[in-house]
Design a protein around this ligand. Structure first.
Ligand SMILES: NC(=O)C1=CN([C@@H]2O[C@H](COP(=O)(O)OP(=O)(O)OC[C@H]3O[C@@H](n4cnc5c(N)ncnc54)[C@H](OP(=O)(O)O)[C@@H]3O)[C@@H](O)[C@H]2O)C=CC1
Ligand SMILES: O=C(O)C1=N[C@H](C(=O)O)C[C@H](O)C1
Length: 235
């Protein structure tokens, strides 16, 4: 498979190594300095891990030229519905995940199951912590937002997530911590006067995110439409 890397930072470089190990060819490495320079005809797929301000234009360009996109960039999701519409109009292929790690995707399911159970126990309040390296541009993390959406699907006492504490009982507080070198840790905590219960995912490196993205790119061959991890993992 010929791969165009849109974004050649921490993730782009690990994705390249894993893609080469799995027998693929990287035909372009696009960074902020050459962001207009890529030729979509050079790739079978584009893997997009760039910057919240760059993702939308990168993806639009690929989809309008029928180049499938695997996107992991977070912090741009207000414009995702536009991309999904464009993808369908162009009969193209767009895959998005806030987190490509297989472990995190199992964690998402456990999170929803727990929220369903906890809906019956209003004595527990819930909060989340997410911890990432200091270079991260967005807060809260895309993964924390997916977790919050999973909670709010089932826990009717929470109506929206907030990144600053408001004290309102219907707000789900996500606290963001930025600590040097941390690849990504997410904790969902239920707290009552009697006891606390928490689930936690700790990424030990970026390897799992990158491997997941390459595996998705391999799986995407000949597929059309707007797709996500539930399609890939057949959850
Ligand atoms: N979904 C998932 O599983 C994961 C998602 N992510 C997300 O992926 C994104 C990238 O993460 P990471 O690699 O750690 O970040 P980095 O900052 O290390 O890399 C981003 C790269 O994109 C480049 N870039 C900036 N603008 C453009 C542009 N217009 N076109 C192409 N590239 C551009 C940056 O260049 P420069 O440095 O010169 O500005 C940089 O090299 C983030 O949004 C992050 O949250 C990260 C890990 C896992
Ligand atoms: O920026 C990162 O590093 C990460 N970003 C993703 C997110 O925002 O959830 C995924 C992972 O946690 C690492």
């Amino acid at each position: 498979m010929n791969i165009i890397l849109l974004g050649y930072g921490k993730m782009g470089k690990i994705i390249e190594r894993i893609a080469l190990e799995r027998g693929h060819v990287v035909t372009a490495r696009i960074d902020v300095d050459n962001s207009d320079a890529f030729d979509t005809a050079e790739g079978d797929v584009a893997i997009e891990f760039s910057h919240p301000d760059a993702a939308f234009n990168n993806i639009r360009r690929c989809l309008s030229r029928q180049l499938p996109v695997v996107c992991g960039t977070t912090g741009w999701l207000a414009r995702k519905p536009e991309i999904e519409t464009l993808c369908r109009q162009q009969n193209s292929t767009f895959f998005y995940a806030s987190n490509y790690s297989l472990g995190v995707n199992v964690f998402f399911k456990v999170n929803e199951f727990l929220a369903k159970l906890m809906n019956n126990f209003p004595q527990y309040d819930i909060r989340m912590d997410e911890v990432h390296h200091t270079e991260k541009r967005d807060a809260p993390s895309g993964t924390a937002i997916t977790l919050a959406e999973g909670v709010m699907k089932h826990l009717t006492r929470k109506k929206s997530w907030v990144n600053d504490q408001t004290g309102k009982s219907e707000d789900l507080f996500i606290e963001s911590f930025r600590i040097d070198q941390v690849p990504g840790t997410h904790v969902v905590k239920y707290e009552s006067a009697i006891d606390d219960l928490e689930i936690k995912h700790i990424a030990h490196s970026r390897e799992g995110f990158a491997l997941g993205a390459v595996m998705v790119a391999e799986w995407l061959k000949d597929k059309k439409g707007v797709l996500g991890m539930d399609d890939f993992l057949k959850f």
